[in-house]
Design a protein around this ligand. Structure first.
Ligand code: ITT
Length: 231
């Protein structure tokens, strides 16, 4: 049976799929997970970090600060060795601001034309921050190769061109459970969940430190009433 929630945490996303995923994996912990949809409009976070780590931390700490409660954020993407790490933090908008998955894949294949080194990795960072700033982070990485023709119908993003040698198929040909068992997100989430007991204690301590100090009654407790009062 799920424990009664004693802390609300906001997931810094409007993606309801991500929200469900986090609610599911944390269902046995005494926390309530909300998303940005549950709050009045808050300013957009500028994702201008140089790494997944920077961006995940920025999103989590900004959201925690603005809403005054702990926040979780993640950032992920594809890193290609022959392209010096591109598309990296620009994975979602590699072919432009409103690029579709198809546009991004096309651009990637074009950039890799004639290159023999096809090594690539998906990376994911999850960050959980308190309103005063500090955060804990969890990372996952999954290595594979970029093939020259998309294969498979499942998944999203770059999945049809990401070939995972351990399966002998692309992520888009693998089923979701199979992909989650070894993927960057799967690994980061597994670490996040296995450490969540410790993270909760850490969160509770940081949140308690934020509360205004209780009034100091010590002068009353230590009054010596046996002494005559000076008038
Ligand atoms: P938010 O709104 O929550 O930030 P997002 O769509 O930007 O979600 P991510 O930051 O997690 O999603 O991922 C950025 C991009 O990296 C995503 O749009 C894909 O192109 C690519 N990507 C990340 N994980 C992937 C995966 O498992 N399979 C394929 N592509 C992936």
């Amino acid at each position: 049976m799920a424990a009664k929630p004693n802390m609300t945490i906001v997931l810094a996303t409007r993606n309801q799929g991500k929200l469900k995923e986090f609610q599911e994996i944390l269902k046995n912990f005494p926390v309530e997970i909300k998303s940005l949809q549950d709050f009045a409009t808050i300013p957009e976070v500028v994702e201008d970090g140089r790494t997944f780590d920077d961006n995940a931390y920025k999103k989590a700490s900004f959201t925690a600060k603005v809403l005054g409660i702990p926040a979780i954020a993640d950032d992920s993407g594809l890193v290609v060795e022959a392209l010096d790490g591109a598309p990296g933090i620009y994975s979602a908008r590699y072919a432009g601001e409103n690029a579709t998955d198809r546009d991004n894949i096309q651009k990637l294949l074009k950039e890799l034309e004639g290159k023999t080194n096809r090594r690539a990795a998906f990376e994911c960072v999850i960050s959980i921050a308190v309103p005063s700033g500090p955060a804990l982070t969890y990372e996952g990485r999954c290595e594979g190769e970029i093939i020259s023709e998309p294969r498979g119908e499942g998944g999203f993003g770059y999945d049809p061109v990401f070939y995972y040698p351990g399966f002998g198929k692309t992520f888009a040909e693998a089923d979701m459970a199979e992909k989650n068992s070894i993927s960057h997100r799967g690994k980061a989430l597994a670490e996040f969940v296995s450490e969540f007991d410790k993270a909760l204690i850490w969160l509770q301590q940081r949140v308690a430190e934020m509360k205004p100090p209780k009034p100091d009654h010590s002068q009353f407790e230590h009054n010596d009433w046996s002494q005559p009062k000076m008038v």
